[in-house]
Design a protein around this ligand. Structure first.
Ligand code: SAM
Length: 215
């Protein structure tokens, strides 16, 4: 592992990432397939909201959406600046919210950037702040995704890139085990696969989408 890698502060590399690149996430998040699981009429939390790609879509459906991200600079990106939802700089591994506060929680590609150990800390926090009968949506990339394998492998399927960002790729059983270990129950498991073309080459996009609840 790199001598500079710090297991506590590594997610702060995201600050530089948004400062240098600004808005960087694209692709439409289609909520319609999951709305049967979710009650968006109460408090809704998005973890790792980044430049607001998912949040902008959620805001159309949620009455009270709160977005948190560890990178302060993420809130300076275009779609976050003047958005209608609540925003806070916070660490998903240690959330500044009371128990049972949210009826729905979204975490798209945040566990993707966590080393082993931090994954379970974040899932335990999700369980703590999720209201009884609440539901959380989790999405992560798998090792079959085109992004896998770039950088130095610091843990299994976990890569540290030159810009300091960690990218982790989960096997289905691994995520299932972690979620259950955190005391959450898996209600829905889906493998999302598609091909994309870049500069005449075909690449795989592959992620797992899970809906989880308190047991
Ligand atoms: C790939 S982006 C996902 C953005 C957003 N969820 C979306 O779907 O458009 C990952 C985000 O997670 C944030 N993040 C990483 N580790 C975090 C942590 N420990 N606590 C809160 N946010 C974190 C990063 O700053 C980054 O904005």
């Amino acid at each position: 592992m790199s001598a500079e890698f710090d297991g506590r502060f590594y997610p702060l590399a995201w600050n530089d990432s948004y400062t240098k690149k600004g808005t960087q996430w694209r692709g439409h998040f289609d909520l319609s397939g999951y709305s049967e699981f979710l009650d968006l009429t109460g408090n809704v939390l998005e973890l790792g909201s980044g430049d607001g790609n998912t949040a902008s879509e959620l805001a159309k459906h949620c009455l009270n959406l709160v977005c948190i991200d560890i990178a302060r600079s993420s809130f300076e990106t275009l779609s976050m600046k003047n958005s209608r939802f609540g925003k806070a700089v916070a660490d998903a591994r240690n959330l500044p919210f009371k128990d049972n506060s949210f009826k729905a929680i979204f975490s798209r590609h945040v566990l993707t950037h966590m080393i082993p150990g931090d994954d379970i800390a974040m899932l335990a926090e999700m369980k703590r702040v999720l209201a009884p009968k609440g539901m959380a949506l989790i999405e992560v990339f798998t090792p079959g995704d085109m992004r896998s394998g770039k950088g130095q492998e610091i843990f299994l399927h976990t890569f540290l890139r030159d810009d300091g960002l960690v990218w982790r790729f989960y096997m289905g059983q691994e995520l299932d085990d972690l979620v259950r270990k955190a005391g959450l129950e898996v209600r829905h498991f889906q493998l999302l696969e598609r091909k994309v073309r870049h500069d005449g080459q075909i690449y795989n996009r592959e992620s797992i989408l899970m809906m989880v609840s308190k047991s």
